[in-house]
Design a protein around this ligand. Structure first.
Ligand code: KG4
Ligand code: ZN
Length: 362
């Protein structure tokens, strides 16, 4: 039996978890504690790095203690500690990684520095036992990426956003319309009563041969439409939200359809290909329905892990640590590891010279 303690502090969740694997059965999440800081950031309409860092300092030791207590495992019986070392807000990363280093040194345990995106990328193997390769769509407040997941530490980023992340576009749209933070769930709620055909918003990148995403033009179109009809009634807000959501689903669907085709071409022998979603935006029902439809059409299975494992958590970090331990690629010198605010997933197998330093290319 291998047991890994995971620690996650890269954004606005302070999280710790213990995951166990005995090699014969499916992995077990023995504990999974997530403290969200949403209320502390709500007044500012977004995550404030300074506030996030302070909140991690205040909460992290208690969260780790709670995760150990909940799991019923003593620190002495933990085999390794896995901590998010990037990408993310550097204040939070420093707090999580330094805490992990201190525990690892005091308890004489190996420390594994984990890329947060790798945590998202490997979650479907924890929850659904998925085999490589598969396609990942990560849509959160900070990331919008399509990644071919080929193995542990073997990732190819096929698409990313050239401006805003999709969750960010939802949050900014909500803010413009006077809806509370976080915007995604509130935009979806308002959209349920709206007319998606009232505003013909642009579908950014639709039809483009370039694989990437873009959402800032859509955000500008929403602002212009809202300004033109101000002051907005509840029905106006609902119509803008529904039209925005339809445009997003359409644009996202176009990008994903392109990636499904590419996956077929690149992995022609893969018998049951799968699209996995991760990130908070995966909660959106209109988006989910669009993706399910595309998968059905293309003969892919659609894998959506439970939402609490799709959004930021430490079980995915512990699991990524477990995968690395198992694959024998847990890294030699994690005790010297420097947090990386930028750390692209596809540099994991071949680290770039200078990565981890400020200004390293993402
Ligand atoms: O993965 P996540 O919980 O955290 C980080 O990005 O750190 O994603 C949060 C993002 C926010 O931008 C939020 O507005 C968005 O996911 N989101 C949604 C929905 N629920 C959360 N976006 C659209 N529809 C939703 N139902
Ligand atoms: Zn995340």
């Amino acid at each position: 039996m291998i047991r890994v303690l995971g620690i996650e502090t890269s954004c606005d969740e302070t999280a710790a978890s213990v995951v166990a694997l005995d090699g014969r059965s499916t992995p077990q999440i023995l504990s999974n504690i997530v403290l969200s800081q949403i209320e502390e950031h709500a007044a500012f309409g977004g995550v404030v790095p300074e506030i996030a860092a302070r909140a991690h300092v205040e909460a992290l030791d208690g969260i780790i203690e709670a995760a150990l207590a909940d799991s019923g495992v003593d620190l002495a019986d933990i085999d390794a500690i896995a901590a998010t070392a990037g990408p993310g807000l550097v204040g939070g990363l420093i707090i999580g990684l330094m805490t992990a280093k201190a525990i690892a040194a005091a308890a004489k345990k190996p420390l594994i520095a984990i890329n947060h995106l790798e945590g998202h990328a490997l979650t479907a193997r924890l929850t659904d036992g998925l085999d490589f390769p598969y396609l990942l769509l990560l849509v959160s407040g900070g990331h919008t990426q399509i990644v071919a997941v080929r193995g542990v530490g073997d990732y190819q980023r096929w698409a990313t956003t050239i401006d805003d992340a999709l969750g960010e576009a939802f949050d900014k749209t909500a803010k413009m319309l006077g809806l509370p933070y976080p915007g995604g769930p509130n935009v979806e709620k308002a959209a349920a009563n709206g007319d998606a055909a009232r505003f013909a918003f642009p579908r950014p990148m639709k039809g483009s041969a370039q694989p990437d995403f873009s959402f800032s033009g859509l955000k500008t179109a929403v602002r212009q439409a809202a300004t033109a009809i101000a002051p907005l009634s509840d029905q106006d807000v609902a119509d803008v939200c529904a039209s925005f959501q339809a445009a997003v689903a359409d644009a996202l669907g176009d990008r994903v359809a392109r990636a499904l085709t590419r996956f077929r071409q690149q992995f022609p022998d893969k018998a049951e290909p799968a699209l996995v979603v991760a990130g908070g935006v995966a909660a959106n029902r209109t988006i989910k329905a669009t993706l399910q439809g595309l998968c059905k059409q293309a003969g892919f299975s659609f894998v959506a892990p439970p939402l609490n494992l799709c959004t930021d958590n430490a079980a995915m970090i512990a699991w990524a640590g477990m995968e690395r331990l198992r694959a024998g690629i847990s890294g030699e010198n994690a005790a010297d590891f420097v947090p990386r605010s930028r750390w692209p997933l596809d540099s994991i197998s071949a680290p770039m010279v200078g990565s981890g330093r400020r200004g390293a290319k993402a």
